[in-house]
Structures are given as C-alpha cells and as structure tokens.
Design a binder for this molecule. Structure first.
Ligand SMILES: [Ca+2]
Ligand SMILES: [Ca+2]
Length: 646
C-alpha cells in the first residue's frame, strides 16, 4: 500500500473540537438535504421540459434556486454513482463499480471519507431514508459509516424474487434474489413482496424525512433521501395512480414531486428553510428500454448504462435562500463529485483536500461573476475512460457501448432488448450539438489533441481498462484489491501437486499452486485465491516428496449458489505410500440444499498418525445446477482454495 496516497484519500482524525460555526459567511451551519432519485432522466422534470406530467414543487425549487443544465454523475449506474456522491471522488478512486448485488461481499471501504463522516465531525445529526446500495454487510451499512439513522432499501428495488408481472419467483426458489426488505438501522424489517408494497416506499421515506426534520430543527442536520424510484419496477401509491397523462412513470415522478413539496413545507413550517441547502439530482439517466415506463433523456443521446450525455447528465437543482439568488439557470459543468467539497467549503473545513476529484461549487452558489470552478470532466464507466469533456467539447474514445437505438422498447413494464454500439474517436460540440449527433473530430484536430491530453492525465491518475493503464491513484493501485487472505502453514506447502482436471482458466487462482500455497481466500470467488471447476471434479494428488507422518488432511470449498458454486456432493481423501495404491481415510457427502448463504466450508480428516507420501483429494461435482436454481440444468461449479496437511 502506498501510504502517501492512502493518507490523501482517507481521513485522518484531526482534533475537531466541534467548532460549529466555522462557516465562511458567519451564519450558523446550514442544514444539508440531498434528494437523489434513481434512473430519472434529464427530461423527466417540468423545469427540464417534461411532457405528460407536472412537477410544481421541484419546479418551484428551481424558481427559488439554481438549475444546472450541465450536471453530471460520475457513472451511469447505481452504486458507482452513489459512491462518488458520498465521497467526492470518481468511483475508480474509491473502488466501487457497477450496481452491487445483494450478495456482493464488498462495499464502500469503511475507511473512506464521506459527506456523512465530514458532517458528523461537525456535530451534525445525519439520516438516510431510502436506497443505500454501497454494501449490505454490517461494516458497510450507513450506521457504521457516519449516519445516525437509516431506513430503506439496501440495494436496487428490482433485486427481489418477483417477476415483471409482480408475481413471486421464490416459490420454487428459482430466483437469484433473496427476499427484499425495508431496513431499519442494521436490520431488515418489513418485507417488500409485491408491487403494492413497492408503491408505499416513496410515501414511507417522505414521512420519515419530515419527522426527522421536525425532530432536528434546532440542530444542524444532514438528510439524505435517495429515492428507490423511478428505478424499475416503478410503483406509485393510490393517491397518485392515474394522475399523469403519461401513465405510471409520470405518476411516480408526481409522487416524488409531492415528496419534495412535503420536505420543503417541513423546512418552512419549522422556520429553517432559509438556512437549508437542498440539492435535488438523479443518480443516472433513464432506463430507455422500458419505453414510456422508463423516462426520458430529453434531447440527450442514449440513457442509463452509457456515458453518452443521456446516461451521465442528469437534472440538478440547488436551493438555499440565504445564499443562492432565485431563478438562475447555470450552464457551468458540475458534478455529484463536487458536492462533498462544496459542503467542506461551507463548513470551512480544510479537509476539503481529501475529496480528491471534486471542486467546491460555492463560487457559483454565491453568484460570483465569471466563476467556473470545473472546466473538465472525466466520463468513466466500469474503470474504462469513455470520454472527457473540456468546456463545450467532449471527446469520446473508441469503445463498445450498450445502445437503445435500433431496438423496440418493451411494453407494460417489461424491458426491451439492448443493442450494441461501437464508437470511434469522436468529438462533439455540446453547446451547439447537445444530442451528440455530429462527430466533428476531423474539423478540429487541435481540440482533439488538447482533449487527448486531458484523457492521458485521467488515465495516469485513475487508470483505464480500454487502454490497460493502471492509474497511480486508483483504488486498486493505492489500497490494492488484495483481499485479506489467511495464512495456513502446513506440510503441503512446497510439495508437488497434480490436478487430474485443470482448473477453469477464468478462476485458476493466484498460481498453479493455489491449492497448496498456504493461503486461504475470502468469500469473493473472484479474489484470485480460488480454483474453479466447471462441471468437472476436483482430483488433486499431492506428493510430499518422501514418507511423512500425517495427522490430518483438510480441504476447503466455497458455497455460493447465487454464483452457481456448489459443494461437491461427495468428498474423498485417500493416502498412498507408492502413488499407485490409495487407501480411503475420509469421506463426506455435503448437502447442496437451497441456500443464499455464502460460506467457506472445510472438510477435515483427523486421523491416527500414519506415515505416507501421497495424498489424493477428490471433490465430485454435481455437474448441473439443481432444479431449484435459476440456472437449473446449466453447468455447476466447485471452487477450492486450499488443501491442508498436518
Ligand atoms: Ca440508478
Ligand atoms: Ca490457496
């Protein structure tokens, strides 16, 4: 680990005696509210030109505050986008990619600095009501990471065992997903089983938010409201059903608009609206293959899951009557990664430097003439540098992308298919061509060159899987993806190993000797410690080199059915003095009953000491996923990371 960058990206606990108002304007510290919707497009608000429904409360926020026309998320996907919002960093710096599944064993590194931790150090009371999606294991949950209160979903609202019609999929267990719950604190509480249950979520988190504001009107607070909607499956409560001309999607947004109105009213009625910064934004663009049930990117190209403007550029409104003059529309580039440093700036907190990629937007909020805190932006997706922006120019690097063009969207809440697109090196003038329709790279070679340099700098810092560069400041480079392997001293280390079936190349462990290198892996089957066998048996022969006294032989397997990894149905351990005639010393018949649980199970032969030279371990693969499994009939895997001889 490179300690310099380690310190730069993490927090050092500086002794912050709660200097509550260190604020630059001398006022008491403002309350901070971030309302973060899920998959809402650039065209999905009245003030951004939405048709078929109205959003009077959010529009009034814009009238009373500042509307950003060029506001970006760091990635057009849930978890990566949220990690950036919380940390003020590109997702590459904090090591969160994609959308974490309910069985992800990783999460936002608890040592990473976040808005919640920053505000906590300044005496704020912090709450999150809504979707977390930055890790569901205990150490990653909000209460362990700067929040005082948490209620809501742990991951996306489509990560549940229910089909598009709203019918349960769990009766025969043929679902990838565990049951979904509305969490309270560290515990899953009320089950969310039906679309009717989903329809209560917006109202529920609104009521929790209003109650929180009332309880905390006399102290500074941070309220984070990440709405699970309008992410699919969309649902609105009875009060809003049928209210919009557009249909259910419009109803859902109208309910979110109502929610914003409730929050603004609570600020007003408690006399704290002037000194509260309210930020409204979406985590990424719309899921366009749901057609009119999936929202709109307005004039922008493509949507969620792409780094064309329709995926990356989102609506954003900020309202803070004490500071922001009303009715402004701002076309400066800004991003969710700028929110952390903006808040640090408001608090006069010099640890602003820990937010490595963001810039404070205070000059814009303060209305400073000609201020332009951010002129450049990186568009990353899944550790690939897709594009860069500088001023009005956007340079897209050659890449393959998911496309919504040339395919019919789905109907009635079902998704349509995706298409695939391939870009070249393309230059767009976003001021004159917001829809990225005309590649003008041929006309402006010097601009291309200039933006290539911006790209080179990005790659050197944060890496790029398109060009296979590893940045010096990426999470992988700084903290390493090196999981915490356990050291297992034993006699097998240093002996010779023969595998009857070679491990699958995809998961062959950290070396050919992965099974006898004296290291045990983690629950993450991709952590490089595991050897995987797809519809094949593990048959390992270890030659100790000479006859030795043996007390026990142990073999470790991973159970992770959600990733098609099962236990062997039969395990045998044998020994031989000559390598030809083997004698059975242990066997077991593990069960592969349905389980969402991921665990490492060790099978150990404790034997009367015997003197022998060869050990053979066999793990018989069930070969096909069982009937209860979503992959029923498909090839099953067994994974082992170590054979231990003592
Ligand atoms: Ca999303
Ligand atoms: Ca190993």
């Amino acid at each position: 680990m490179n300690s310099f960058y380690f310190l730069a990206t993490r927090i050092i606990l500086v002794s912050t005696a709660l200097v509550l108002c260190n604020c630059e304007n001398g006022n008491p510290p403002p309350n901070i509210i971030i309302i973060f919707t899920d998959d809402q497009g650039y065209g999905d608000l009245g003030c951004y030109g939405a048709e078929g429904f109205k959003t009077p409360n959010i529009d009034s926020m814009a009238n009373e505050g500042m509307l950003f026309t060029d506001f970006y998320v760091s990635q057009a996907v849930c978890s990566a986008s949220r990690a950036s919002l919380m940390t003020g960093s590109y997702a590459e710096r904090v090591g969160i990619q994609g959308a974490l599944s309910p069985w992800a064993v990783n999460g936002l590194d608890p040592e990473t600095e976040t808005i919640a931790k920053l505000l906590k150090r300044h005496g704020y009371i912090n709450a999150i009501f809504g979707k977390w999606h930055l890790g569901h294991r205990f150490e990653y949950l909000p209460l362990q990471n700067g929040f005082d209160e948490y209620s809501g979903l742990i991951c996306s609202n489509d990560m549940w065992p229910v089909d598009y019609e709203g019918k349960p999929l769990n009766q025969d267990k043929r679902s990838y997903y565990p049951p979904m719950s509305f969490w309270e604190g560290n515990e899953p509480k009320d089950k969310i089983k039906t679309l009717k249950d989903q329809a209560q979520i917006t109202r529920k988190i609104t009521e929790l938010s209003v109650d929180f504001i009332e309880r905390n009107k006399d102290n500074p607070f941070f309220l984070y409201v990440p709405h699970p909607m309008p992410h699919q499956p969309i649902a609105a409560s009875d009060k809003f059903l049928g209210k919009s001309q557009l249909g259910l999607y419009g109803d859902v947004i109208m309910e979110i608009d109502w929610s914003v109105g409730q929050i603004l009213d609570a600020l007003k009625s408690n006399g704290i609206e002037d000194n509260t910064l309210v930020i409204y934004a979406s985590d990424n663009g719309p899921w366009l293959n749901y057609g009119k049930w999936g929202g709109s990117a307005g004039p922008l190209r493509e949507g969620k899951g792409t780094m064309w403007e329709g995926g990356a550029r989102v609506p954003c409104i900020m309202r803070w009557p004490e500071i922001i003059s009303p009715g402004q529309s701002i076309s400066n580039i800004a991003s969710t990664i700028d929110i952390y440093p903006t808040i640090a700036n408001i608090l006069g907190d010099k640890i602003e430097r820990y937010a490595n990629d963001g810039v404070s937007l205070m000059p814009l909020l303060n209305g400073e003439k000609n201020s332009n805190p951010r002129n450049e932006l990186y568009y990353y997706y899944g550790e690939k540098l897709i594009a860069v922006r500088k001023g009005k120019w956007k340079l897209v690097f050659p890449h393959v992308y998911r496309s919504y063009k040339g395919v019919e969207p789905g109907e009635n809440l079902h998704p349509g298919p995706y298409n695939k697109g391939q870009s070249g090196l393309e230059l767009y003038d976003l001021r004159n061509d917001i829809g990225e329709t005309k590649n003008i790279s041929g006309l402006f070679p010097n601009i291309v060159k200039e933006l290539e340099q911006v790209g080179s700098l990005a790659r050197s810092k944060l890496g790029d899987k398109l060009t296979n560069e590893i940045g010096t400041e990426s999470y992988a480079a700084v903290c390493g993806y090196e999981p915490e392997f356990i050291k297992i001293e034993n006699m097998a280390v240093g002996s010779s190993l023969t595998l009857e079936n070679p491990p699958n190349k995809k998961y062959k462990g950290e070396s050919d000797r992965a099974l006898i290198n004296g290291m045990g892996g983690t629950l993450n089957y991709q952590d490089q410690s595991w050897q995987g066998f797809e519809a094949e048996d593990l048959v390992a022969i270890i030659d100790l080199g000479s006859a030795k006294s043996i007390n026990s032989v142990e073999v470790r397997f991973l159970q992770s059915q959600v990733f098609w990894i099962f236990l062997p149905y039969h395990i045998q351990i044998e020994h031989s003095a000559d390598g030809n005639n083997f004698e059975l010393i242990y066997e077991d018949y593990p069960s592969n009953d349905f389980s969402f649980e991921q665990k490492i199970i060790s099978y150990k032969a404790n034997i009367d000491p015997l003197v022998s030279r060869f050990i053979r371990v066999k793990g018989y693969n069930i070969d096909k996923c069982p009937d209860y499994h979503p992959g029923a009939g498909g090839p099953s895997w067994i994974f082992s990371d170590e054979i231990i001889i003592n």
